[in-house]
Design a binder for this molecule. Structure first.
Ligand code: PEP
Ligand code: MG
Length: 763
């Protein structure tokens, strides 16, 4: 029960909140908002001065942004390093600091221009947002005095309340400055120019172009004037650094985004550890070449070989190798990396996954690329890190110069250079909406996903590695809607044994409560997912080829071992389900089922108990949706693989950036097939879930709910985004949008219709 003291505090907090609202709505600009906030705080807690300092990460200093009591003409001119003064100490410690006579404190630093000499006491508390201190709130009294613990706590809670207001006021200010940029641009003769490209990662951003010429890696000097031993030891040191750097990166990305995304960097480690790769470099060093040239040359050689093979999976591997090569050269003193201390919108021809994971997201507001489509690894990471990104043509990218003012919209794929006042006003509005939106996302984590009329939609997570299940509670996932088991296989250099697999599956299940479903998908390898040990032959059309179940039903051992391991791990758990990918014909699912039954009987004959496991299939080949009623008696549930379904219905390779504008799962042709499946499944009382990217598409989730799908599975970090989107619409409206979507002719019309009828809440 709340004590009367804490009730007082609660009441106080509420009043402060109301006052802050009043200040925002009645102020004319952000400066006025901040000044009035400082005054309000001074009055409410009865002190003689109150100031707000903000940390400018570009300049590395704290700047006085607003004050009531100090000389206001010094706003924006007084600044200090975090290592200076009492204000710096608050930021450094990220904790309150107080002193009854501040001049006596060893860290005191005088700023006489502010006329602070007339004050004695100091109490400073950090302003924190997203767990990061970004400024300091300071109060003073004329008389020396010690603040009580309650007063310190009170100022702390006021700081918490105003943090978001302050950061938003600053954002407004930044935008206001940006709106003045056309005058600068006129001076530079920059004309507003719009580029229509491809939407790669959601969100909007405004900022100056930060140009990085990654392709400018100059060939290092070939012949060494030093001994080959010293070159070799430089190479070894670069290798060690790069390996530990990659391991750190894996940790950082799995922490920030998830292990599925982090696993992209396992490929980097594999290259680094590759015997052949290392030996090639070493033998070049031994013949008198520099370590840098030997690395450069070996990477070039490998890249040349990759370029010969027209396979999207391997070309992504080429990008990984390039990334690794650059890291090694970086440690040998070559500045070829895309790391930058500048703030703004990054312009690069191609962004490598390692670059993007290393980006300082507080500086890089957005990205414009000209290579690597929506499904490239870099794009997946940009989306997960919430960095807006668009992809434009090479020759358009050349028209952007370092420092050009830019605005980008990662929802529509538009980039504008030298945006005029009107365009900036529009972006400004979107940006504020976007910030507001992200701030409230966490509120959605622990509430069930419901439309406005209370219709429940289950949101589950797609995972790729066993340990990914740790993300479930973090994003409020209601279970695992798709465990892509192939990623575990791809991380090895041989097929895992039954007992190794059992352990991995058992570990996963042990970490998921038994009331949450876990859907295992059997090995979906082939096409863009293959490891050398699997022995895939070159195929003319690998996506239409010998992949997934098609292969495993001909070479049954791998599938049988996986099913046995799965049954052994599941034991008698009630929450395990099984999913077969790439089914084309009814007899395939019948055969797969029989194989599963065989494994079960074998285990039972050996005295091992087995669970009742529901069996489903991926509906991702058009024939299965067209004839869906024929499959219903063979399965317990349906799962829609909209990623593959879209590529097969539209005949658009999902990995080909040149035709990426044609790839859209919201195409009415795809929607009509999904609609047919949902209706048929309802007749047969079979549940339907969807686990393709469409489920987390802010437009896609609305249409899917409208079509009657109440179980969506997606990358866990996107769950709160979808939850929020669905909480803004009634199921009746979603239905009517879905019905109209089935009737139109293009995905553009579908998206336009949704955006006109709903707030654009994902940006
Ligand atoms: C799909 O095809 O939609 C799907 C979920 O599977 P994957 O992306 O792994 O092919
Ligand atoms: Mg698929």
């Amino acid at each position: 029960m709340a004590t009367s003291e804490s009730q007082d505090q609660l009441y106080f907090a509420l009043q402060t909140f109301t006052e802050v609202n009043r200040i925002i709505t009645s102020s004319h600009n952000s400066d006025e908002t901040l000044a009035r906030t400082a005054k309000m705080i001074a009055k409410r807690i009865n002190v003689d001065a109150c100031s707000i300092y903000i940390y400018d990460s570009d300049r590395g200093v704290l700047i006085l942004k607003a004050t009531h009591g100090l000389d206001s003409s010094t706003i924006e001119t007084v600044y200090m390093l975090p290592s200076e003064g009492l204000v710096g100490l608050v930021l450094e410690r990220s904790a309150p600091v107080q002193e009854s006579q501040m001049q006596n404190h060893p860290r005191f630093k005088a700023f006489p221009q502010t006329k602070e000499d007339s004050f004695s006491s100091f109490l400073g508390v950090p302003l924190i947002e997203h767990r990061r201190s970004f400024g300091v709130l300071v109060v003073h009294t004329t008389e020396p005095r010690t603040f009580s613990p309650q007063e310190v706590q009170l100022l702390g809670s006021i700081a918490t309340q105003i943090s978001s207001l302050v950061s938003k006021a600053l954002l407004m200010k930044e935008l206001d400055t940006a709106t003045q940029e056309p005058s600068i641009s006129k001076k530079r003769k920059g004309e507003t120019h719009q580029f229509s490209g491809q939407a790669v990662a959601y969100g909007v951003a405004i900022g100056k172009a930060v140009l990085l010429q990654q392709s400018d890696v100059e060939e290092p000097q070939q012949k060494s004037s030093r001994s080959s031993e010293s070159e070799m030891s430089d190479f070894q040191a670069a290798m060690d650094h790069t390996i530990s750097d990659t391991l750190e990166l894996i940790e950082k990305v799995s922490d920030k985004v998830g292990t599925e995304e982090a696993s992209i960097f396992h490929a980097h480690l594999m290259f680094l550890e590759d015997q052949h790769f290392q030996e090639k470099i070493k033998s070049s060093i031994e013949s008198g070449n520099t370590a840098s040239w030997s690395i450069y040359q070996t990477v070039e050689e490998y890249l040349g070989a990759f370029a010969e093979i027209k396979d999207p999976y391997l070309s992504e591997k080429g990008a990984d190798l390039k990334d690794v090569g650059y890291r090694l050269l970086h440690y040998l003193g070559h500045e070829v990396l895309s790391v930058t201390k500048k703030t703004g919108i990054l312009i690069m021809r191609q962004l490598l996954p390692g670059d993007i994971a290393r980006l300082d997201t507080t500086r890089i507001k957005g990205i414009i690329l000209s290579k690597g489509g929506v499904v490239s690894h870099a794009a997946i990471l940009a989306r997960s890190l919430r960095i807006p990104a668009v992809c434009i043509e090479d020759h358009e990218l050349d028209q952007i110069h370092d420092g050009d003012p830019l605005a980008i919209n990662g929802d529509s794929g538009v980039a504008v250079a030298y945006p005029d006042k009107k365009i900036l006003e529009e972006f400004k509005k979107l940006l504020v909406e976007q910030q507001n939106y992200f701030e409230h996302l966490d509120d959605f984590r622990d509430v069930p996903c419901k439309t406005t009329d209370g219709t429940r939609i289950s949101l589950l997570a797609n995972i790729a590695l066993g340990s990914d299940e740790v993300q479930l509670p973090r994003y409020g996932a209601e279970g695992v809607g798709l465990f892509r088991t192939e990623f575990y296989f791809l991380s090895l250099d041989r097929y895992p044994s039954v007992s190794e697999q059992t352990q991995v599956y058992r570990d996963l299940l042990g970490n998921v409560p038994e009331d949450k479903p876990v859907i295992f998908r059997t090995l979906d390898v082939g096409a863009d997912k293959a490891a050398p040990y699997m022995g895939f032959q070159d195929e003319e059309n690998p996506f239409l080829g010998y992949r997934a179940v098609r292969r495993q039903l001909k070479q049954k051992t791998v599938l049988k071992e996986q099913l046995t391991a799965l049954l052994m791990a599941a034991e008698t758990r009630p929450n395990v389900r099984l999913l077969f990918p790439m089914i084309t014909n009814v007899n395939e699912i019948i055969q797969a089922r029989e194989l599963f039954q065989e494994c079960r009987l074998e285990l039972e004959a050996n005295g091992s108990p087995t669970a009742e496991i529901e069996i489903g299939m991926m509906f991702e080949v058009p024939s299965t949706l067209l004839l869906c009623e024929k499959f219903m008696n063979e399965i317990d549930f349906c799962s829609i693989g909209s990623n593959d379904l879209t590529q097969y219905v539209l005949a658009v390779d999902r990995n080909n950036q040149h035709i990426a504008d044609l790839y859209d799962p919201l195409h009415p042709a795809v929607l009509q097939l999904i609609d047919k499946l949902v209706k048929t499944a309802q007749e047969y009382q079979k549940p339907v879930e969807i686990c393709g990217e469409m489920a987390s598409d802010p437009d896609g989730c609305v249409i899917l709910a409208g079509l009657g799908i109440n179980s969506l599975s997606m990358n866990a970090p996107l769950i709160p985004v979808v939850k929020r989107r669905l909480s803004e619409i009634s199921i009746a409206d979603a239905k009517s949008l879905a019905e109209r979507a089935l009737e139109v002719t293009s995905p553009m019309e579908v998206r336009k219709m949704i955006r006109e009828s709903l707030p654009d809440s994902h940006s």
